[in-house]
Design a protein around this ligand. Structure first.
Ligand SMILES: CC(C)(COP(=O)(O)OP(=O)(O)OC[C@H]1O[C@@H](n2cnc3c(N)ncnc32)[C@H](O)[C@@H]1OP(=O)(O)O)[C@@H](O)C(=O)NCCC(=O)NCCS
Length: 177
């Protein structure tokens, strides 16, 4: 998971200069939760894609804070951590399958009202934005997710063109189960 995240998230809009040390800390919540889910895509022995989910009330405080401040109960949400697929395996419907498997997990656990995830938002004028980048917003909307501008958080990581960690703005998207 850490290896895939570091490889895939180097690209826009994440620009994540990942380290195994940062990953170990980030992935701790998933390892510690008996209700987390990791969906793996394998080609033979090689793991080529992965997607995760975690009860929001098992996430760290920066993730739950915007929900509490907006009057929601974190325990009502299954949070989707990420979907990462090596480029050669994209465009075959696996991104859609990741959503399906995680929403099924939410229904199986039976204690959630909604599923949610957070998307990073960068300035459209950012110098590293590829001119041909196709945002995933329309795909997420087709799957029933709605952007909630009042549910936003700041989260820090080191960008590939920076020497230190900087704060990024992430906005949550929700879908009722
Ligand atoms: C997000 C990701 C996992 C989706 O994987 P995928 O297998 O390509 O997804 P799908 O094949 O289900 O396609 C998803 C959407 O992308 C679009 N799409 C798929 N193939 C495409 C192609 N060749 N060209 C342009 N758009 C394409 C479609 O609009 C599709 O939506 P639809 O199913 O409603 O038509 C993959 O693109 C990825 O790893 N991206 C980098 C990491 C990332 O951004 N993760 C998401 C946030 S954590």
């Amino acid at each position: 998971m850490a290896r895939l995240r570091i490889e895939v998230f180097r690209a826009w809009p994440y620009l994540y200069a990942g380290t195994l040390e940062y990953e170990a800390d980030y992935l701790k919540s998933y390892l510690n939760s008996p209700e987390s889910l990791t969906v793996l895509v394998r080609d033979g022995e090689q793991v080529v894609g992965a997607s995760t989910a975690l009860p929001l009330d098992h996430e760290s405080e920066p993730f739950t804070r915007p929900f509490v401040q907006a009057g929601y109960r974190p325990e009502d949400f299954l949070y989707f951590g990420e979907s990462v697929l090596l480029p050669a395996y994209r465009g075959r419907g696996l991104g859609g399958r990741f959503f399906h498997e995680r929403e099924e997990h939410a229904r199986r656990l039976g204690r959630f009202q909604q599923t949610c995830f957070a998307a990073v938002e960068r300035p459209p004028t950012h110098p590293l934005r590829p001119t041909d980048y196709l945002p995933l917003n329309a795909f997420w909307e087709r799957r029933g997710y709605r952007r909630q501008p009042e549910l936003a958080m700041e989260y820090a990581w080191q960008d590939v063109d920076q020497l230190q960690e900087t704060e990024k703005r992430l906005v949550f998207w929700l879908k009722p189960l």
